[in-house]
Design a protein around this ligand. Structure first.
Ligand SMILES: Nc1ncnc2c1ncn2[C@@H]1O[C@H](COP(=O)(O)OP(=O)(O)OP(=O)(O)O)[C@@H](O)[C@H]1O
Ligand SMILES: [Mg+2]
Length: 226
């Protein structure tokens, strides 16, 4: 039996908007195995991003428990949570979220600055990752000088630079054409083959069906398929 690297136990995330309560997640329990490649699917507004943000410790649940690497996150202090965010989890977003005034190399180096890594090592690690994602000849380009697929490759290199064991990607191919999206999925597959746990959100059933593990969400609840 392989171990679970992520566990959610009866997780709720409610948002109060005026006198209305939005039940973005409403009692979700699930486990994600170490080294697995999991697709989270469901219609718009079903709670997928909410779930990803909770897994990545960018947000905390209204109730319920989340375990990362066997540890309950609600027992952790701010510093320990920041440590999970910085070292255990890499994030990739639909809109890339690159810093527009920094070139590809600087974008990838930035998380290492916060991790206190020396200048030389920052550069070496960032260069190696950009080469790894096929952007050896684009290191000095600004995001505005890159294609969508290239921007997403920079974002993936940045997500990997602290060597996380979990990679979370929220609609990583949503802003790309299908061919470019397929290439990005191949890159995620390689990253998974290295032993990292990959969890990604997609609207695209075809993409999701290719994954061995799938989680379907509907109206904040896990359902058997949709
Ligand atoms: N900060 C917030 N305040 C209030 N309601 C929110 C907030 N964030 C999300 N919601 C609501 O929670 C529900 C789930 O949102 P979420 O972003 O998780 O959906 P999603 O499945 O990622 O959708 P999409 O596929 O469109 O990205 C939605 O009804 C949304 O309106
Ligand atoms: Mg979303």
């Amino acid at each position: 039996m392989s171990e679970n690297v992520i566990e959610l136990v009866n997780v709720r995330r409610y948002y109060i908007v005026g006198d209305f309560c939005v039940k973005a997640l409403d009692g979700v329990s699930c486990s994600i195995r170490k080294g697995s490649f999991t697709a989270i699917m469901g219609p718009s507004g079903s709670g997928k991003s909410t779930m990803m943000n909770l897994i990545g410790c960018l947000d905390t649940p209204t109730s319920g428990f989340i375990k990362i690497g066997g540890e309950y996150t609600n027992n952790l202090n701010e510093k320990e949570l920041a440590d999970i965010r910085n070292r255990r989890v890499g994030f990739v977003f639909q809109q890339f979220n690159l810093l527009g005034k920094q070139n590809a190399l600087e974008n990838v180096m930035t998380p290492l600055l916060y991790a206190g890594v020396s200048g030389r090592e920052r550069r070496e690690r960032a260069e190696a990752l950009l080469e790894r994602v096929g952007l050896k000849d684009r290191m000095k380009h600004l995001p505005s000088e890159l294609s969508g697929g290239q921007k997403q490759r920079v974002a993936i290199a940045r997500a990997l630079v602290n060597n996380p064991d979990i990679l979370l990607a929220d609609e990583p191919t949503g802003a790309l054409d299908s061919k470019t999206g397929d290439q990005i999925m191949e890159l995620f597959q390689d990253i998974n083959d290295e032993g990292r746990t990959v969890v990604f959100v997609t609207h695209d059933r075809g993409l999701g069906m290719r994954c061995k593990d799938q989680i379907y969400i509907h109206d904040g609840k896990i359902v058997e398929g949709y």
